[in-house]
Design a protein around this ligand. Structure first.
Ligand code: FPP
Length: 221
């Protein structure tokens, strides 16, 4: 969800105002994805590197995460959405960690859609933690298989992403789902996240549907 800062400074607003506008953009995007048949979505909200931002911006983002869970949980639960945190929860404040854990518990049996929220998430760290977990559980790392690593990631049991949408024109993956995104289709748009809406979802999915996915093989002509 890139471009909140640019969206705000372009309007003479604070970066935090940009993040607030970014929060407002989320619901219509998820609703349109759902309408178009995409029922598993991951929002990259805060990376393990984002702690390096100024402390007032980090504090404001953490406050927004808390506020959004409080405001949106009931509606998401009514809509059958299962919420999951992907990221290292141990480093979050007690308040945010408890809110997230409660949201996960309340929505655990919902089946209509899965919304992963990546907070304090980093793909490299996720792999390090997964390997440590396997070692701690007594797995023989000299014989480790792909399936074991997949099963030790935050996304265990979920399919790999088919499409990654990056807003604000950045041509990087920025440590997002490094393992899982091996064959994901990338779609980059110049639209800044707060301006990204249902029409932009449609454009991204139209582009995705035109792609030929070969997974490294040859597609018969
Ligand atoms: C990147 O834009 C955006 C972020 C680091 C924060 C994204 C978080 C939200 C939109 C809030 C989401 C809330 C929930 C509950 C999921 P940037 O600040 O790097 O923008 P810039 O590149 O233009 O400076």
């Amino acid at each position: 969800m890139d471009g909140n800062g640019r969206w705000a400074t372009g309007r003479g607003l604070s970066r935090v105002d940009g993040h607030k506008a970014g929060v407002k953009a989320i619901r219509p995007v998820i609703e349109e994805l759902d309408r178009q048949g995409v029922h598993i979505v991951t929002l990259y909200a805060f990376s393990t590197e984002n702690w390096q931002r100024p402390s007032d911006e980090v504090g404001a983002l953490m406050g927004l995460f808390e506020q959004t869970i409080i405001l949106e949980l009931d509606e998401m639960h009514r809509n059958g959405i299962q919420i999951r945190l992907i990221g290292r929860r141990e480093d979050l404040s007690d308040t945010l960690r408890n809110l997230v854990t409660d949201a996960e518990k309340v929505t655990a049996n919902n089946q209509k859609a899965i919304l992963n929220v990546a907070i304090n998430y980093g793909g490299r760290k996720e792999l390090v933690w997964a390997i440590r977990e396997l070692a701690g559980a007594g797995s023989d790392l000299a014989k480790v298989e792909e399936e074991q690593i997949s099963a030790a990631l935050y996304t265990a049991g979920l399919p790999d992403p088919d499409l990654i949408i990056r807003t604000a024109g950045e041509m990087r993956t920025s440590n997002f789902l490094l393992w899982q995104a091996a064959y994901a289709e990338l779609y980059v748009t110049d639209v800044l996240w707060p301006d990204f809406g249902a029409t932009d979802v449609g454009l991204a999915l139209d582009e995705y549907r035109k792609r030929t996915r070969k997974f490294g093989a040859v597609v018969p002509s």
